[in-house]
Every structure is written in structure tokens, then in C-alpha cells.
Design a protein. Structure first.
Lengths: 109, 109
DNA sequence: ATTCTATACCTAGCGCCGCTATGTGTCAAC
DNA sequence: GTTGACACATAGCGGCGCTAGGTATAGAAT
């Protein structure tokens, strides 16, 4: 069942999904990949090559902030958390998504 | 209120929306632009420079078929209709959209 | 007559962004 | 000591919306 979702949909959902996940609390790249896979029931299976640039971009836009930390296991991880701007951006993204979703559902009947 | 929706969302929704509109019956470019604007309550305001390439692409993918006709007013219009493949593609797009929508709503709580 | 508006189609060039492929390094298990 | 999971990163490619422009007709307004 893991039929991949179209590239455009991945592009459209990556920003709101990452922001929404970080709104639930700090996380890091590798964990976000797993969270997305679990939350979607395997329907969304992002690649690392797609996610890391997204995180860097969101950081450059000041929507998220990063800090390096080392886990008990001794692994280096880059933890991200939502900024104030990020919270506002999340609401905006959500509003946009719902507008498009409502339109699609209106046509689907 | 016509705050524009992000470029990525436009990209993600253009294919399913056009297919869904044509599933309701034949239409043409200029009319589709208006239908999208009305169906979205003005939230979606596509440009011609975005829609026509979409139509050409969908036609190249054999998801829609075109025919030229002249209206009573004497205007040349290119009418598009959904192909069998287009119907299938629409269902696939819809399934994808709903998978992402469900994921987003799961995170939004 | 002429100008304006709405209608109706089209495309070139730009920039953004996911994807593929690849690279680096650590830790735990076998 | 090799494999697999973990964890981060980037270069090059292709796809696609956007901007900005172009062409053309019909009807209304001036």
C-alpha cells in the first residue's frame, strides 16, 4: 500500500507538516522522517534528501531554530523548535490548506 | 480576503482540481479560471500563465482531450474533456490528497 | 470611429524545490 | 569487521508556477 504521493503534494505538505510536528515539541530530522511515516500510516515516506533542505530553508526563514545536542547514546543530533514566526506561519499554512481542501471537496461533491 | 495561497499548494491542487472540474463536464481554459475562483470563494485565483501549461501537460499525458469550437458569440474556444485515463488519475489524485489531508489533521489534532 | 473591457488563447525566461545519488561518521549487534 | 540503523549533509537534474509579455475578437462606451 505504500504507493507514493505525487511530488507536488509532497512539496505542498512538507512545510505545514514539519511546522505542525515541531509545534508538538522539539524534534530532529531523522525522527521527523519516522513521525511522518507513522502519522500517515506509511502513505508518506519522505527522503532525507528532501527533508534536510526543508529544515534548512525553514531555519533560514526564521520559522524554526536549531541547536546541536548529544543523546545518551552519544549521537549528535540537531534539534529544531518552532519560533514565534513559525507559529504564525503554521496557522497561515493551515488556513491555506483548508481553503484548497474545501474547494476540492466542493468539486468532488 | 483574497490572500493568495502558496505556490506549492497551487502546484499540488492544480491537477486534481482541473480533473475534477472536467469530470463535471466539458469546459475551456478561461471558464476554468472563473470556476476555480468561484468554487474557492476567491481564495484561489489562478493565472492564465499557470493554467494553460497545466492543460497542455494533462493533454500530453492523455488525461484530457481537446477540441476547438466556436461559440454563438463567434469566439474560438478550446474545449477539454476528461479521458478514461483522466478519470482514473482523478481518483488517484483524490486518494493522495486525502492521505495527506488525514495526516495533517492528525498532527493538527 | 475609436477606445476600453472582457474574453480567449499562448509562450519564454526565471527561480524554487523535490528527487536521486552520494558522501561522512557513529553505535550496536553478530 | 561487517552489517544495519542512526544521523547529518549537498550537488545536479528536472519539473512547474510565476512574471511578463504577445495575439486576437466581440461588445460597450465615448
Amino acid at each position: 500500500m505504500p504507493e507514493p504521493v505525487s511530488k507536488e503534494l509532497v512539496a505542498a505538505s512538507s512545510k505545514p507538516l514539519v511546522l505542525a510536528i515541531l509545534a508538538r515539541g522539539e524534534s530532529y530530522g531523522y525522527a521527523i522522517l519516522q513521525e511522518v511515516r507513522e502519522l500517515s500510516g506509511g502513505r508518506l515516506d519522505w527522503t532525507e534528501g528532501m527533508l534536510y533542505p526543508v529544515l534548512h530553508r525553514l531555519e533560514a526563514q526564521k520559522l524554526i531554530q536549531a541547536r546541536w545536542a548529544t543523546s545518551e547514546g552519544g549521537r549528535r543530533r540537531k534539534y529544531y523548535r518552532l519560533s514565534h514566526q513559525g507559529s504564525r506561519a503554521l496557522e497561515s499554512e493551515r488556513s491555506d490548506w483548508e481553503a484548497v481542501d474545501a474547494t476540492l471537496k466542493a468539486v468532488w461533491g
